[in-house]
Design a protein around this ligand. Structure first.
Ligand SMILES: Cc1cc2nc3c(=O)[nH]c(=O)nc-3n(C[C@H](O)[C@H](O)[C@H](O)COP(=O)(O)O)c2cc1C
Length: 285
């Protein structure tokens, strides 16, 4: 079920204003923001296709995290509050996790909070979180009030990974098969959902999403292309795919396009190397 109606601001505004924030004000979340964010988290009990998910908020003193490397890359200032997602283990759990958690990220954005996904995080951050044997914490997000000005270090880091840049449509979206590119004309009413997908965050900004649109019935086949071995190994590319599905689905809901997610045995015979089928969107009446 789409979570579209749980957002109060237009999805366009939320998606366009989201950006990974690495420099925060030196304060914890205010009570009213915490309550609204946690209420939203509570409303998302399932990831994709019924996978059980839950969220916790953990907060640290500045002194406790001083000098600690919090994540594999990115330089953070005043990262004190973290949303932790816990999901039942299964093969599709990473995609499901990205899909569910990105809704929380967008809600935080709507509330005026800054966020940044942490793919590979310091285990210290989740030390006090109870996780059973059949559960896992694939990633987490830092959350807080963005500082007025980002640090020079952050700006250099963003430049290094070309964080504001996205691949062109021709690299991401295809028509009928991988040989033909999908133009905005042939995407029609799906242009906006695909643009929202393109604006999604992804690990190291790798944008591993490859989408093929087919007609009669209208279907979008979502594939994952391995861009960085490291992101693949840590299964972050799967999280990236789930995030992209969240953005696409919210874009469809905004445009009143109905559809369902389904797994198919697709009929494409020109799937590029290192490219794996994940899931399809099929338009419904
Ligand atoms: C699954 C995932 C893991 C990420 N891990 C990190 C991380 O460990 N450190 C970091 O600084 N940014 C991390 N990011 C943020 C990306 O670098 C960022 O989304 C990308 O560069 C695009 O920039 P934007 O979010 O500002 O649009 C991660 C993003 C995703 C989706």
């Amino acid at each position: 079920m789409s979570h579209f109606k749980k957002f109060e601001k237009p999805i366009k505004e939320i998606i366009e204003s989201r950006v990974s924030c690495r420099t925060y004000q030196d304060q914890w979340l205010k009570e009213h923001d915490k309550i609204r964010l946690l209420a939203f988290c509570d409303s998302i009990q399932e990831g994709f296709k019924g996978k059980k998910i839950s969220f916790r908020l953990v907060e640290f003193d500045k002194e406790t995290l001083k000098g600690m490397k919090l994540t594999y890359y990115g330089l953070f200032k005043n990262a004190l509050s973290f949303i932790i997602g816990i999901i039942a283990q299964s093969d599709s759990a990473y995609v499901s996790f990205g899909y569910a958690f990105e809704h929380v990220v967008l809600k935080a954005t709507e509330l005026g909070l800054g966020t940044c996904w942490f793919g590979d995080f310091n285990p210290y951050l989740v030390e006090d979180i109870a996780v059973t044997e059949d559960q896992m914490i694939p990633a987490l997000c830092v959350v807080g009030y963005p500082a007025e000005r980002s640090t020079i270090k952050e700006r250099i880091a963003r430049f290094a990974i070309r964080a504001s840049k996205r691949k062109e449509w021709r690299n991401l979206f295809f028509h009928e098969n991988f040989a033909e590119h999908l133009t905005k004309d042939s995407a029609g009413k799906y242009t906006v959902p695909l643009e929202y997908l393109r604006m999604a965050p992804s690990s190291r900004n790798t944008q591993p999403w490859r989408i093929v649109k087919q007609a009669n019935p209208t279907r979008f086949h979502f594939f994952k292309q391995t861009i960085k071995a490291y992101c693949e190994k840590k299964r972050m590319h799967e999280i990236d795919l789930g995030i992209a599905m969240c953005h696409f689905e919210l874009g469809c809901a905004e445009k009143n396009i109905n559809g369902i997610w389904k797994a198919y045995t697709h009929n494409l015979d020109d799937v590029p190397a290192k490219t794996t089928y994940i899931m399809s969107w099929e338009e419904t009446k």
